[in-house]
Design a protein around this ligand. Sequence first.
Ligand code: ADP
Ligand code: MG
Length: 413
Amino acid sequence: MNTTLAELAKTELFRDVPDVILRQVFDHTALRELALGEILLSPERANQHVYVLLSGALSLRFDAPHSPEVRELAAGVSVGEMSAIDDTPPSAYVIAKTPSRVLPIHRDMLQQLVEESHPIARNLLRLMSQWIKANTRHIANDQTQIQRLTATIRRVTAQGLDQRIPTGPQDRDFAELIAVFNEMLERLERSFKQASRFSGDAAHELKTPLAILQGQIEQAINQAEAGSPIQIVLSGILDEVRRLSGISKKLLLLAQADAGRLRLHRMPFDLTASLQDLVEDARMLAPQLRVSDDIALGITLQVDGDLLRQALLNLVSNAIKYNIDGGWIRLAATQHEQRVEVRISNASHGIAAADSGMLFERFYRADPARSRNIEGTGLGLSLAREIARAHGGDLELEKSAADEVSFCLALPL
Ligand SMILES: Nc1ncnc2c1ncn2[C@@H]1O[C@H](COP(=O)(O)OP(=O)(O)O)[C@@H](O)[C@H]1O
Ligand SMILES: [Mg+2]
């Protein structure tokens, strides 16, 4: 007996009534329980309602035809009168609260009516559906406008801060809201650009002096007496300078990514070979760890090899750095129809739930990393993710057992 909204919407009768209205109509069950007689007998309610009473034959009554639409739509049907063609009690009724937005309809009875498909009843229902439409058009308009606005805002936030929401003549009610939103975007864009230009400029300005410094220190080390205290001090300084230069290179790349200007020099890239090399490197760098691999053969991609290698290197070096005593590393790569997935997993003390959402934030380092004095800046994962995304892929922390950590790098083919 119960029918779904979708089924009813398929019937020709309510074809033109927007979904949002139909849903309201059918979800509103407050009047479902009321007996027909009660409604008819209540003078208070009788003033508020339009009744269309339908039996297998026909009885119709508009008790409160306040709205001109009803009058008009009901033209040709006697208004304000009850006309019973036969004596059978009404088997279905449609109730519309004239001034209101909500129009409850007794769904079972309506369905029965639809099933019976009495031609006169169908016509009446069509009349009713037009009336519903006419009286609720403003709700539908509001709803579609809000939906449109939401879709636009979603698109704008996805595409970037330089987007603006256009306003059309039909947006009268929302013009102010849209203007405020656009102003907000404007301010955000300006300060965001400033910030990313600043770190980009700073990193760029640091590049040359750092390179010169590095060259001179290297030269001084070569000239100093082998193993002398000054050579040892200089080596320490050189390490720090290299570190600084690494950070500024990463910052520059991140600033470029923020500005949407991470330029990719795509070339054929032998991912399989590159991963196999990384496995060898890991075995050499961390002989205390068990390193296993499962790398599909012959995966080649059209990517920026330098950047991708940098992303992979960070993932593997993380897997080594944040491992546990006697732990393991696993590198796997699988090729699917449209994409390649590289999984880099390692044994770990686990990542606290609070940290896991933050790992890709710039300069963020989970607590144990800091407390155990492990070398790092907290930029590696965010840069690796930017690199993946610039290629149309992504990098994610995967759900895994508490004693392991696994990252999945996905790249389109
Ligand atoms: N494979 C991993 N296992 C456990 N923790 C990890 C792993 N990779 C990253 N992390 C955590 O995420 C933090 C951020 O990593 P990353 O951005 O590469 O920066 P960095 O390595 O310079 O600290 C690390 O400090 C560490 O706490
Ligand atoms: Mg790292």
